[in-house]
Design a protein around this ligand. Structure first.
Ligand SMILES: *[C@@H]1O[C@H](CO)[C@@H](O)[C@H](O)[C@H]1NC(C)=O
Ligand SMILES: *[C@@H]1O[C@H](CO)[C@@H](O)[C@H](O)[C@H]1NC(C)=O
Ligand SMILES: *[C@@H]1O[C@H](CO)[C@@H](O)[C@H](O)[C@H]1NC(C)=O
Ligand SMILES: *[C@@H]1O[C@H](CO)[C@@H](O)[C@H](O)[C@H]1NC(C)=O
Ligand SMILES: *[C@@H]1O[C@H](CO)[C@@H](O)[C@H](O)[C@H]1NC(C)=O
Ligand SMILES: *[C@@H]1O[C@H](CO)[C@@H](O)[C@H](O)[C@H]1NC(C)=O
Ligand SMILES: *[C@@H]1O[C@H](CO)[C@@H](O)[C@H](O)[C@H]1NC(C)=O
Ligand SMILES: *[C@@H]1O[C@H](CO)[C@@H](O)[C@H](O)[C@H]1NC(C)=O
Ligand SMILES: *[C@@H]1O[C@H](CO)[C@@H](O)[C@H](O)[C@H]1NC(C)=O
Ligand SMILES: *[C@@H]1O[C@H](CO)[C@@H](O)[C@H](O)[C@H]1NC(C)=O
Ligand SMILES: *[C@@H]1O[C@H](CO)[C@@H](O)[C@H](O)[C@H]1NC(C)=O
Ligand SMILES: *[C@@H]1O[C@H](CO)[C@@H](O)[C@H](O)[C@H]1NC(C)=O
Length: 796
C-alpha cells in the first residue's frame, strides 16, 4: 500500500542564514500510536519533539496545521513522574503546560498530546492513552560533530545553534601567552597541548649546576593569556663572605669568576713573611655554596730570646697577632725611671731571623754639669747616685764679710739641670752706687756685670699693631707701660695698657689686634667658593673666588675681598645655566622638553615625535650640553612615500601631492582614453602606512562592438592599413549590415566607401556608437600610415 506522506518542513527564519538549526517535520498521514510515532521519528529524524520550553511549545502551535486527533509529544509517564522520554529527565513543574483539569484521572493515559490550534486550551497538554492514533512531530538536530571546532560545545537553539568555547579558547584558536625565555644560566622545556605557548602549555625551568632557582619552577599558560607566575631566575650559589682579617698576618687573594664569594670563587691564603698556616693554600666555593675548607689564621714561625728587664726601668711588649710572647713582629718599648735615661733606642722588634732589631738598652743616671764654687765662697756637695748626678745637692757659704746674693743650695734635676744659678758673694762696701736706686724685690743680679738691674718683662710685639711704651727703667722693664695701636683693618681687643711689675710679669693680658670680619659668604647654587683667610675666616684680607659647575656661566665677578671696612668688594656672582638655541617642533611633528635649569638651557632634554603618516629622519632625542649646544639636530618629519604610480596603458593619471610626489596624502585619479573603459577604482590615496588605498585601474578597450560586428577581416599587401588594404565587414546575428561589405584603401589615402553600420534587425535605430568607435580609429591609423609610406604617390 502506498502511503501518501505529506511533510511540511519548516525552519524558523534566521537572519544569519540559519540553514543549521533545529528543524521540525510532522506527519498526519497516517496518525500513529505513540510508540509507532516515536519509532518513525527515530528512524527518519533525530527524535520526537520533546517540548523543552514555552518558546518551543508556542512555536509548534504557530507552525503546525490543525489535526483532528492533535499531536503526540515526547513526554511520558515513568513511575509517578512525567519525564522527557528522550533523556528520562523529569519535567519540572513549571515547565508543564497542562490544559485545565488535566492530567485527568483516566487510567493508562501515560502519553501526552498537545492541542495544536484547539479553540479551548490552545497549545496545552493532555495525558492520553498511548494506543490512540495522533499526528507525529519530529525534530532534527542541527548540531553535528563538525558544527564547532574541538574545544567548543555546540548548543542547540530554536532555528539556530551556537558554539560555546571551552575556557582558554577563543574561536578556533586557543589563547596565547607571551613566549618564555631561558633564564640566564638556566633552561626550560615546555609541554604544549594546544600549540606553542597556548592555553594549558606548561613549562618547567632548570638551572645549571651551582645555580639556584628563585621563583616557581613550573609555569602554566592561563585562560587569561598570562602565565600563572613570573618566570623564575637562576641565582648563583653564594658562600659566606670571607673576612680578610681572619687570616691574621697574611692576605687573601680571591678570584670571583661569577660573582663575589659565589660558586667557583677561589681564595688563596698567603701569610706574611715569618708566618705560616696549617690549612690548604687555596679554597673554593663549591656548587652547594660551601667553602671546600675553612680559613686558618697565619701563625708565627720564629721567636726571639726573652727580654731582660732593666733594674731602673720598665719594658712593655706588644705581640702583634701572635699568641706567643717575643715572637716574630713583637715590639718592646723600654722606659727608664725618673732621673735615668736609655742608652740606646727605646724600641726593639723581633725580626724574622729570630733576632731583636737592636741590642736591648739599659738605663743610666742623668748627669748635671760640673760645678765650681764662685769667688769668696766654699761649696759642699752630697752625691747619692754619682758626682753631679740626678739627686746631687750642693750648698755654698760666703767668706766672712761677704753677703750671699741668691740661693745657698742647688739640686741636680732629673732633666740634668741645676735647680738654681750660682750665687754671688758681695762685699758690703763695693758698688754702693750701683744699688742705691735698686730695690731687691724688683731686681736681679746680672751674673756678667755683677750690677743690679731692674727686672725685665718678656718683650711684647703685638701682631698687626704697633706699641707705644714709656720705659722709666729700660725697655720692657719694671715700670714700663705699653699701649697698642692696631694696623688698618684690625681692631684692638684687650686692656688699654699693661704694666711691667716688680716680678717681671705684665700686669694684664697683652693687647691683641683682631682683623675686622666681613659677613659670612656661601656659594651660589651650582657654584663653589674657595677662600684664603690670612687673618681668620671671612675677615679683613680674606679673598674668595667663585667658580661655576660645568654647564653654568658666571654672571658677575669671580673674586671678592674683605676690605678694611669689613665689607666685601663685590657680590657673590650667580651661576646661570648655559643656554642652547631655541628649538621648535618639526613641521608635521611635535616636541616635548624637560627643562631642569630653564627653557632650552644646559640639562634640557627634548624629544620629537612625528604625526601619523610621517617618518622621522634623524634622532628623536636631543640634549642641551654643557657647551650650550644641542647634542643632536632636530629631526625632520618626512611624509611616508608610496610606490611610484604610472598611468595604465590608454589611461592618464592626475595627482595632488600635498606632502611630495607619491607621498602620504597624495591623491591620484585615473582616467581612460575615449573608447576605453575603466576596470577598477578611479581614485587612490597614499595612506599613512605608505601604501595605496587602491590599485591603478586598467583601461580596457570597449569590446562591445563585437556584439554587433563579428568579423573584420583585413588584408594588407604593402603595409597595415595602407594603399590597397582590404577590409571585410560582417554584422553579428540579429544585426543587419547597412553599406558596402568591403572597404579598400585607395591611393589618395581614403577608404573607397563610407563605413558600413550594423543595425538591430528588430529595431529602427542604428547601433552607431560601437561601430563608429572602431572605424574611426582605423581611419586615423591609416591616414598616418599612408603619409609616411614612401611609395604612396606611386600606384603599383
Ligand atoms: C523534512 O523537511 C525538510 C524541509 O522541508 C525536507 O527537505 C525533508 O525532505 C523532510 N524530510 C523528510 C524525511 O521528508
Ligand atoms: C493522567 O495524569 C494523572 C496525574 O498524573 C494520573 O493520576 C492519571 O492516572 C493519568 N491518567 C492516565 C490515564 O494515566
Ligand atoms: C587544562 O588543564 C587543566 C588542569 O591540568 C585540565 O583540567 C583541563 O582539562 C585542561 N584543559 C584543556 C582544554 O586542555
Ligand atoms: C692572586 O692570584 C693570581 C692567580 O693565582 C696571581 O696571578 C696573582 O699574582 C695573585 N696576587 C697576589 C697579590 O698574590
Ligand atoms: C666552575 O669550575 C669548573 C671547574 O673549574 C668548570 O668546569 C665549570 O665550567 C665552572 N662553572 C661555571 C659556571 O663557570
Ligand atoms: C711598668 O709599666 C707598667 C705599665 O705602664 C706599669 O703597670 C708598671 O707598674 C711599671 N713597672 C715599673 C717597675 O715601673
Ligand atoms: C713605643 O714607642 C714608640 C715611640 O716612642 C711609640 O710610637 C709606640 O706607640 C710605643 N709602643 C708601645 C707599645 O708603647
Ligand atoms: C742657707 O741659708 C738659710 C737661710 O737663708 C740658712 O738657714 C742655712 O743655714 C744656710 N745654709 C748654709 C749651709 O749656710
Ligand atoms: C677679646 O678679649 C676678651 C677679654 O680679654 C676675650 O674674652 C675675647 O676672647 C677676646 N676676643 C678674641 C677674638 O680674641
Ligand atoms: C647678570 O647680572 C646683571 C647685574 O646683576 C643683571 O642685570 C643681568 O640681568 C644678569 N643676567 C642674566 C642673564 O641674568
Ligand atoms: C635624512 O637626513 C640625512 C642627513 O641629514 C640626509 O642625508 C638624507 O637625505 C635625509 N633623508 C631624506 C629622505 O630626506
Ligand atoms: C576587471 O578586474 C577584475 C579584478 O581585478 C578581474 O577579475 C576582471 O577579469 C577584470 N575584467 C576584465 C574584463 O579584464
Amino acid at each position: 500500500m502506498l502511503l501518501i506522506v505529506a511533510f511540511i518542513a519548516f525552519v524558523q527564519g534566521s537572519s544569519e542564514g540559519g540553514a543549521q538549526a533545529w528543524t521540525y517535520n510532522h506527519s498526519t498521514t497516517p496518525n500513529r500510536r505513540w510508540l509507532e510515532a516515536r519509532e518513525w521519528c527515530l528512524k527518519h529524524f533525530t527524535d520526537m519533539v520533546p517540548i523543552r520550553s514555552r518558546e518551543e511549545n508556542d512555536f509548534m502551535n504557530t507552525v503546525l496545521p490543525f489535526n483532528r486527533g492533535y499531536y503526540w509529544i515526547g513526554i511520558g509517564k515513568e513511575g509517578e513522574k512525567w519525564v522527557w522520554k528522550e533523556t528520562h529527565e523529569r519535567v519540572p513543574k513549571d515547565a508543564q503546560n497542562w490544559a485545565s483539569e488535566e492530567p485527568d484521572n483516566i487510567e493508562a493515559q501515560d502519553c501526552v498530546e498537545i492541542y495544536i490550534k484547539r479553540e479551548k486550551d490552545t497549545a496545552k497538554w493532555n495525558n492520553e492513552s498511548c494506543k490512540k492514533k495522533k499526528g507525529t512531530i519530529c525534530y532534527t538536530d542541527s548540531c553535528t560533530k563538525d558544527s564547532c571546532s574541538t574545544n567548543a560545545d555546540c548548543v542547540e537553539t530554536i532555528g539556530n545553534y551556537a558554539c560555546r568555547c571551552h575556557p582558554g579558547f577563543l574561536g578556533p584558536r586557543s589563547i596565547a601567552c607571551p613566549p618564555l625565555l631561558d633564564p640566564e644560566r638556566g633552561s626550560h622545556n615546555c609541554f604544549h597541548p594546544h600549540g606553542s605557548n597556548r592555553f594549558n602549555s606548561s613549562c618547567r625551568f632548570h638551572c645549571e649546576l651551582g645555580f639556584q632557582l628563585v621563583g616557581v619552577s613550573r609555569l602554566r599558560c592561563q585562560a587569561s593569556g598570562r602565565w600563572n607566575h613570573p618566570a623564575p631566575l637562576c641565582r648563583v650559589e653564594r658562600c659566606p663572605v670571607l673576612n680578610p682579617t681572619s687570616v691574621g698576618a697574611g692576605s687573601l687573594n680571591c678570584s670571583h669568576p661569577i660573582a663575589p664569594y659565589s660558586y667557583n670563587s677561589t681564595c688563596g691564603v698567603r701569610c706574611d713573611e715569618g708566618y705560616e698556616h696549617s690549612g690548604p693554600d687555596q679554597i673554593r666555593c663549591d656548587l652547594i655554596g660551601q667553602w671546600t675548607a675553612s680559613v686558618h689564621a697565619c701563625t708565627s714561625k720564629v721567636t726571639c730570646s726573652p727580654i731582660s728587664f732593666p733594674a731602673t726601668g720598665n719594658v712593655t711588649c706588644v705581640n702583634l697577632d701572635a699568641p706567643e710572647p717575643f715572637s716574630f713582629g713583637s715590639r718592646c718599648n723600654f722606659t727608664c725611671q725618673e732621673g735615668y735615661h736609655l742608652t740606646r733606642e727605646d724600641t726593639v722588634t723581633c725580626l724574622a731571623s729570630g733576632q731583636w732589631s737592636n741590642p736591648t738598652p739599659t738605663c743610666a743616671v742623668v748627669q748635671c754639669s760640673s760645678l765650681k764654687a764662685p769667688p769668696h765662697a766654699s761649696m759642699q756637695c752630697h752625691d747619692p747616685l754619682g758626682k753631679y748626678s740626678y739627686g746631687s745637692i750642693c750648698t755654698w757659704q760666703c767668706e766672712e764679710g761677704f753677703d750671699l746674693i741668691g740661693t745657698n743650695v742647688t739640686t741636680c734635676s732629673s732633666q740634668g739641670n741645676w735647680s738654681c744659678a750660682l750665687p754671688v758673694c758681695l762685699g758690703m762696701a763695693t758698688d754702693d752706687e750701683a744699688c742705691c736706686h735698686c730695690s731687691f724685690n724688683s731686681a736681679v743680679l746680672s751674673p756678667v756685670s755683677g750690677f743690679l738691674q731692674a727686672k725685665r718683662c718678656d718683650p711684647i710685639d703685638p701682631p698687626h699693631g704697633s706699641l707705644n711704651c714709656s720705659d722709666p727703667n729700660g725697655s720692657f722693664s719694671f715700670g714700663s707701660v705699653c699701649t697698642a695701636a692696631c694696623d688698618e683693618g684690625f681692631l684692638p681687643n684687650g686692656t688699654a695698657g699693661p704694666e711691667c711689675t716688680s716680678l717681671g710679669t705684665w700686669s694684664a693680658d697683652l693687647p691683641h689686634c683682631l682683623a675686622k670680619t666681613c659677613p659670612t659668604l656661601s656659594s651660589s647654587s651650582h657654584g663653589s667658593l674657595g677662600c684664603s683667610d690670612p687673618h681668620g675666616e671671612f675677615s679683613f684680607g680674606s679673598r674668595c673666588t667663585s667658580a661655576c659647575e660645568e654647564g653654568f656661566l658666571m654672571n658677575g665677578t669671580a673674586d671678592t675681598e674683605c676690605t678694611s671696612l669689613g665689607t666685601w668688594s663685590a657680590h657673590i656672582p650667580h651661576c646661570l645655566a648655559k643656554r642652547c638655541p631655541a628649538v621648535s617642533s618639526p613641521s608635521h611633528g611635535s616636541l616635548g622638553c624637560s627643562d631642569p635649569h630653564g627653557e632650552f638651557s644646559f640639562g634640557s632634554r627634548c624629544t620629537s615625535a612625528c604625526e601619523e603618516g610621517f617618518l622621522m629622519n634623524g634622532t628623536a632625542d636631543t640634549e642641551c650640553t654643557s657647551l650650550g649646544t644641542w647634542s643632536a639636530d632636530l629631526p625632520h618629519c618626512l611624509a611616508k612615500t608610496c610606490p611610484t604610480l604610472s598611468p595604465s596603458s590608454h589611461g592618464s593619471l592626475g595627482c595632488s601631492d600635498p606632502h611630495g610626489e607619491f607621498s602620504f596624502g597624495s591623491r591620484c585619479t585615473s582616467a581612460c582614453e575615449e573608447g576605453f573603459l575603466m576596470n577598477g577604482t578611479a581614485d587612490t590615496e597614499c595612506t599613512s602606512l605608505g601604501t595605496w588605498s587602491a590599485h591603478i585601474p586598467h583601461c580596457l578597450v570597449q569590446l562591445w562592438f563585437t556584439v554587433h560586428v563579428s568579423l573584420i577581416n583585413c588584408s594588407h599587401p604593402y603595409a597595415s592599413f595602407s594603399y590597397d588594404s582590404h577590409c571585410d565587414f560582417e554584422c553579428n546575428e540579429g544585426f543587419r549590415r547597412r553599406g558596402t561589405p568591403t572597404l579598400t584603401c585607395n591611393n589618395s589615402g581614403h577608404w573607397s566607401q563610407d563605413l558600413p553600420t550594423c543595425q538591430r534587425e528588430s529595431s529602427q535605430y542604428l547601433q552607431l556608437p560601437f561601430v563608429m568607435l572602431v572605424f574611426k580609429r582605423l581611419i586615423q591609423c591609416q591616414s598616418l600610415q599612408f603619409l609616411s609610406f614612401p611609395h604612396a604617390s606611386c600606384p603599383v
